[in-house]
Design a protein around this ligand. Structure first.
Ligand SMILES: [Zn+2]
Length: 135
C-alpha cells in the first residue's frame, strides 16, 4: 500500500500536494457528527475533514482517510487495519523510542513531542505489543 503524498508533510502542504498527485480526489473541510474526525466517500472520491480540530489531528485524520482510500474501503470499513497502518506510517520508530525514554512513557508528552495525536501513539503501542507476541 502506498499513499499519494509523503506523510511527513504538514496538513496544509499535504493538501496542496494532493492536487497534483491525486487529481480525482477532493479534500474538503466540514462539520462532522459526533466524534467523527474524518470520512472517506469512495463513490465520489471525497475526503471530509472536520474543521474544528488542531492541525496535528487534521494531519493524522487525513492520513487515516488516505489509507482507507488506498484500500478501497467503504467509509470506516476495516477500521483496525486502517488505524494500525496509519500509526505505522506516521510514527518514526527511532523518534518514538527516544521520546518514550525522554518522557518516561507519558503518552501525552510523547504525542506532543512527535506532533501526533495520543490516539496514534496508542495504536502504535498496540503494534509494538503484537510484535512482542510474535517473538
Ligand atoms: Zn477509519
Amino acid at each position: 500500500m502506498s499513499l499519494p503524498v509523503p506523510v511527513r508533510l504538514n496538513y496544509g502542504p499535504m493538501r496542496m500536494r494532493l492536487y497534483e498527485t491525486a487529481p480525482t480526489l477532493e479534500v474538503s473541510s466540514g462539520l462532522l457528527d459526533g466524534d467523527l474526525c474524518g470520512i472517506y466517500d469512495a463513490a465520489r472520491d471525497v475526503i471530509i475533514i472536520d474543521r474544528r480540530m488542531t492541525y496535528t489531528r487534521k494531519r493524522c485524520t487525513l492520513v487515516h482517510e488516505l489509507v482507507h482510500r488506498a484500500h478501497g474501503d467503504i467509509g470506516h470499513q476495516r477500521e483496525l487495519r486502517c488505524r494500525l497502518q496509519t500509526a505505522l506510517l506516521l510514527v518514526d520508530r527511532d523518534a518514538y523510542i527516544q521520546a518514550e525514554r525522554m518522557y518516561e512513557g507519558d503518552r501525552w508528552l510523547i504525542a506532543d513531542e512527535l506532533d501526533l495525536t495520543v490516539d496514534v501513539i496508542d495504536d502504535y503501542r498496540l503494534l509494538l505489543r503484537y510484535e512482542g507476541v510474535g517473538r
